[in-house]
Design a protein around this ligand. Sequence first.
Ligand code: 3PG
Length: 392
Amino acid sequence: VKKLTDLDVAGKRVFIRADLNVPQDDAGNITEDTRIRASIPSIKYALDGGAAVMVTSHLGRPTEGELKADDTLAPVAVRLGQLLHKPVRLVQNWVDGGVEVAPGEVVLLENCRCNKGEKKDNEELAKKMAALCDVYVNDAFGTAHRAEATTHGIARFAPVACAGILMGAEIDALGKALHAPKRPLVAIVGGSKVSSKLTILKSLADKVDQLIVGGGIANTFLLASGKRIGESLAEPDLVKEAHAIMDIMKARGAEVPLPTDVVVADEVSALARANKISVDDVSASDRILDIGPKSAARLGEIIANAGTIVWNGPVGVFELPQFAGGTKMLASAIAHSEAFSIAGGGDTLAAIAKFDIAGDVGYISTGGGAFLEFLEGKTLPAIAALEARFEN
Ligand code: 3PG
């Protein structure tokens, strides 16, 4: 794709689609601003290059055609202003009302998902938005899996369409990990349900050298390998699928290292008493809530020998200290590994924060759903739209 940093933007009207969809508390205070921070390099590049800068994003999932109090990007405008050290004016009714912005100035265009036709990628809306700018920049990797008017349609009609600095970094990091990895390539896919990650597991089964499964996903794989899992969370309906994935891996000479010891309790609660046992000793009333120390040590070895690591999802209920050991060890192994590592997804980012390893992960994706769809091997529509412009 074409990149913002290859362009001279002096005097140009630059429209940046960012993903500033950040969590807020009930009073409207931003509780986590990683995505706003991640959008700064592109905005600064355009400002420093002498462009008149318009930035927009969606916030939440509002009803189209309305702007309720919760939908406004006003708190984001304030935070952006603090990070850029300059005022950021919030512009309402920008599609039909037009946007006044001077070179060296940045404005934030109100929640783009409140515009009628945004979610359906309406062509007329996309053309109107394209007419506002000389250069369209997509820097919203977190929304790259959505074909909406600001992420997809506008890229067809804007005079120039390119990837922002964050988008470029995400594409490069994910591409490096999945399309040209240094081997062995190890993926860790944890979480509660095989069903929500089945496409990812199938896609990775064709690529990775070791597929580490964790959480409820691992339990379903244990069932598939004939183990008893007691009351553990699992999806018996998907045992066949789990089998098929293990067969694909085996046929390729690749491995799905299942836990040989586990941490069990009879309930998932802060007061639950944890027992470390062999996976062969799980009783009818046990719930498997973490991997045991032997399994953790084995995974540590695999990670230490990896060339590339892709991490999505914890291997235990790491929110509770007695079931956090496996995920903690995994985090520490990733932090100490020489491999290029990439991580993404809500739970994974929470684990990275909890075990304080953010500085030691090669790349942390800002994408939730977009990161998962990339792992599924899907073409993300926003990236495809930029590629299409590059080819023509
Ligand atoms: C996200 O938070 O994953 C992105 O901002 C996309 O949001 P959406 O799922 O509402 O499209």
